[in-house]
Design a protein around this ligand. Structure first.
Ligand code: HSE
Length: 313
């Protein structure tokens, strides 16, 4: 059956989980981006409209993550027809919530349906990655959980390197995003180019502990591992306003651990109970309110589904 229009949703994601820079990520329930794709008679890709970005994202098809990902898929299957893409941004830009990954994944998810679903969900990874790479290079710790849902180990950038990890019961997250955009490239440029062996040993130990604790569903050990990052968070702390104050407020309100989400400035607090996560989100927001900084706070769970096809016709 031939389709002419498809729409897909892709969730927010948080990469790194404190430790696990570029190799661990999870998907979040609730927020996300939508992409609507339609064939057109004229060749090439046109971004017809982007809602919710305040006019900030590039409309040129060679500079937009959604169209670059769509182009990679079209070229791979030798599809010559042109495409119109509309994006509805539900995620703030440069926030550490995987905004570029969500747009790229939503576009390829919709496009895959439009061309008759030649690819399984996980096979959409390389196309999604082409768009993400435009913004911050080849790392799959946002696009993989965005596509697949859950908590994901990303031991490389190929499909066979992606492994789902268990999502423990009572794994709740409180999030706060101050209105202080941090472009991923800036947050990557600030990182040390070399790491002393001692730091490497410490960091790999914490990642291993985290993976083990996820398998055992031990939230306290998960939290201790998440806060064990001695390489990335110390370098990026200067990019996240009031990190220390927010962490203290979250802990007072019952959070188990607080870490920088992705490249920041979103801060994620691990909690073991929904009402605690709600209270922690409110207290983290309060820290920014007292400093007269705008912020968005929420509490949520790990999305276990990943990107969703909403409509194809
Ligand atoms: N792992 C990446 C980073 C995620 O921390 O730079 C960016 O969203």
């Amino acid at each position: 059956m031939a389709f002419s229009r498809a729409e897909a949703f892709a969730p927010a994601t948080v990469a790194n989980l404190g430790v696990g820079f570029d190799i661990l990520g999870l998907a979040l329930e609730g927020m996300g981006d939508r992409a609507i794709v339609e064939f057109q008679d004229a060749p090439g890709i046109v971004i017809t409209n982007i809602e919710g970005d305040g006019g900030q994202l590039p409309r040129e098809p060679e500079r937009n993550v959604a169209s670059v990902s769509a182009r990679a898929l079209l070229d791979h299957i030798g599809e010559k027809r042109g495409l119109r893409i509309k994006l509805v941004k539900g995620l703030p830009l440069s926030s550490g919530l995987g905004s570029s990954a969500a747009s790229a994944v939503a576009a390829v998810m919709a496009l895959n349906a439009l061309v008759g679903e030649p690819f399984k969900r996980e096979e959409l990874l390389p196309f999604s990655l082409e768009g993400e790479a435009l913004v911050s290079g080849y790392h799959a710790d946002n696009v993989a959980p965005c596509l697949l849902g859950g908590i994901v180990l990303v031991a490389g950038i190929t499909v066979d390197a992606i492994r789902p990890l268990p999502v423990p019961e009572n794994f709740h997250l409180a999030l706060v995003t101050p209105d202080f955009p941090v472009p991923t490239n800036t947050a990557r440029a600030i990182l040390p180019s070399e790491v002393p062996l001692k730091a490497l040993i410490h960091q790999t130990g914490k990642v291993a502990q985290l993976v083990d604790a996820l398998h055992r569903g031990d939230l306290e050990a998960i939290g201790a591992s998440m806060e064990g990052d001695t390489v990335v968070e110390p370098a990026r702390a200067c990019l996240v306003p009031l990190l220390t104050e927010v962490r203290s407020a979250a802990k007072r309100a019952g959070a188990i651990a607080v870490y920088i989400g992705g490249a920041g400035p979103t801060l994620c607090a691990l909690c073991d109970y929904a009402p605690t996560a709600e209270r922690v989100a409110a207290e983290m927001k309060q820290v920014y309110s007292q400093a007269e900084m705008e912020s968005i706070a929420s509490h949520t769970l790990v999305d276990q589904t990943g990107a969703k096809l909403l409509q194809v016709e």
